[in-house]
Design a protein around this ligand. Sequence first.
Ligand code: SAM
Length: 330
Amino acid sequence: MAVLIDKFGRAITDLRISVTDRCNYKCVYCRTGNDGAIYAELPWADYLRMARIFTELGIRKVRITGGEPLLRKGVVEFVRELAKLRTHDGEPLDLAITTNGHLLADLAQPLKDAGLNRVTVSMDAVDPQTFARITRVPNGFQEVLAGIRAASRAGLKPVKVNCVLLRGFNDDQIPAFGRFARDEDVVVRFIEFMPLEEDRVWSPEIVVRLEEILQRMAAFRPMVEIPRHPSETARRYCFDDGVGEIGIIAPVSHPFCGHCSRVRLTSDGKIRTCLFSIWDHDLAGVMRRGATNEQLREFIVGVIGRKEARHHIGESDFVAPSRTMVHIGG
Ligand code: SAM
């Protein structure tokens, strides 16, 4: 059976492809105010060839990300082409997009029709003013809400809504997100802030950790943990009456590296085996030099063999990667 296994025995089944590092938002925990993309964007055909080779090697899930992937013209066609690929054992791929939702209202149905299965929308506050303060975009909230609702209508379910919590910025939004999950029938997922931002403002004190999120949500309504697959990054909870789901992704306080099934491709075609990798591996370069599919497969297998055991956030030997989240692809 074709599967990518790293030296720690982890099966790599989940590929994230960043298709641009441009973004129309400037979230305080992610980007500085600069507008410029730093890294190149490849032609769609290159990402497609890479995705095909990865699927031959055992990838089952492909998530399109960025930067903001919906900024890139041709993304719907790209999804249509990805939807034609099959896993090594003949199954359709599980196709998802992570987006800030700003352009989603018009694209949700075309993306669904092209073969997209699911969407994750980043929304860091349900209060429009807090939202504007975090994203540094004055009137984005209504667009994003419209995008979330359009995704639900199009059947891109379950729609997941990601919220990075920052102490002093949006941690007061926890109960309101509980209500939002129930009212809008979406899965709200809180993410612990990781040191991957351009402004280098991360400190352990700003991180709102899993236990505190649980405690503060319980004041809104009690939650019960739901069983999950070990490779799922989010711990899952439902409210005591069964209405509404909350996830908590806790890479800082409860790292899940031991079950990591992910590999990332940056917009300029570099493979990253961990968000916190110090190195990247130039798949696009190898391709440009005329490698055959077999040579590309060998390159990928070699790279996966060097996947890191774990991240070192909060430890004295931690080194922040030179590429920040927006330039890797979340
Ligand atoms: N533009 C898209 C979006 O907003 O979802 C996709 C790219 S964004 C980099 C992917 C995800 O990474 C988002 O959910 C975002 O909130 C999250 N993210 C960005 N910087 C982060 C950080 N420093 N710590 C934790 N999550 C972060």
